[in-house]
Design a protein around this ligand. Structure first.
Ligand code: SF4
Length: 349
């Protein structure tokens, strides 16, 4: 074992001093210390940032806050508009949870977010991470905010040899050792910033790290090996068909997917089932279908290859026509890819 024993209070004071000088400038941050950010913006950013990078989430954050400047504005928005604005961010259950939470805040709390971790946790669609993050960042509550960045920093500081996910409770406990009533919001953000910019997943910049002296992982010579991972099972591969029907006047046939299930409530294109076996290739609409190639997409739990068939003319039969550009903007990424593939198939005819 490396001969380093992390000093909690020294790490705290060094990291907070580093944060005062190096905090990232992010659209949802107004300032440091007492200049707290608005709960709506903190909450929205935290929901968007789950499973999404900051550069990818930033334009969506701007678009949402311009269109719906307050949580009450968002609560009043039609479902379809919010789902369309979310298209491209992925993990669409988050968009449905977002609306459920906004409506609870607007309807049950007069448009004001609860200011405690427990109060936030009671809101629909708000999990332990989001409740802790909003409590700490927006209300300066002493909450233990543990995301992937924080787990990585803890695993390295303490050279935790247990692999994740089994190590998660231990990493959470270690992160909790640092949480105090002194600047808890800044502490949470300082730790996240350190993980995002210095203690990076593949190549940590230990030479620039304010807590390097206290880091067991660095002392051991190979900090990048933490957190130790168990080998992942291979992701299953599913296959299916997508049917891209154009009307010859710049429109494409779209449908709203059922509320339950993958991409529930989102705009979609007609498709077959998605299966690891043989999907049905029976067209859901009558038309002169032609093969336009395949598109690949990776979901969290499986990969998908869609064979795209395309046609022009015919009736949408229970679906509706939509302008191609509007559809591309509103469709989840997997369908936007299929739409583009379908268009290239038409151009080749
Ligand atoms: Fe991460 Fe290196 Fe800092 Fe340790 S010294 S916390 S590994 S950046």
């Amino acid at each position: 074992m490396p001969d380093v024993s992390p000093d909690i209070s020294r790490i705290r004071s060094r990291l907070l001093a580093w944060y005062d000088a190096h905090a990232r400038s992010l659209p949802w941050r107004v300032g440091l210390g007492a200049a707290r950010t608005e709960p709506y913006r903190v909450w929205l950013s935290e929901v968007m940032l789950q499973q999404t990078t900051t550069p990818h989430a930033t334009p969506y954050f701007h678009a949402f806050t311009q269109r719906w400047p307050t949580v009450s504005d968002l609560a009043a928005a039609p479902d379809a508009e919010v789902m369309a604005a979310w298209a491209g961010l992925g993990y669409y259950a988050r968009a449905r949870n977002l609306l459920a939470c906004a409506r609870a805040v607007a309807g049950d709390h007069g448009g004001v977010f609860p200011d405690t971790e427990a109060g936030l946790l009671a809101l629909p669609g708000v999990g332990a991470y989001t409740a802790a993050a909003v409590a700490a960042i927006a209300f300066d509550r002493a909450a233990n905010v543990v995301d992937g960045n924080v787990e990585r920093v803890m695993a390295r500081l303490f050279a935790v040899e247990t692999p994740v996910p089994q190590a998660r409770p231990e990493l959470r406990r270690l992160a909790g050792l640092f949480v105090t009533d002194h600047r808890p919001g800044d502490w949470a953000q300082a730790l996240m910033d350190l993980g995002a910019t210095v203690c990076r997943p593949r190549s940590p910049l230990c030479d620039q790290c304010p807590v390097a002296e206290d880091c067991s992982g660095r002392a051991g010579g190979r900090p990048e090996r933490y957190p130790i991972k168990t080998k992942k099972a291979d992701r299953p591969q599913r296959r299916g068909f997508a049917w891209v029907l154009f009307d010859g006047q710049g429109r494409v046939a779209v449908e709203t997917r059922p509320d339950k299930g993958l991409l529930g409530g989102m705009l979609g294109l007609p498709t077959s089932d998605w299966t690891t076996g043989d999907p049905s290739d029976a067209p859901p609409l009558a038309a002169d279908w032609r093969e336009a190639g395949t598109v690949d997409h990776v979901f969290t739990h499986f990969g998908l290859t869609l064979t795209v068939r395309t046609a022009t003319g015919g009736a949408p039969d229970g679906r509706r026509w939509m302008e191609i550009e509007a559809a591309r903007a509103a469709l989840p990424t997997v369908f936007a890819k299929a739409l583009d593939r379908g268009m290239s198939g038409i151009l080749l005819i």
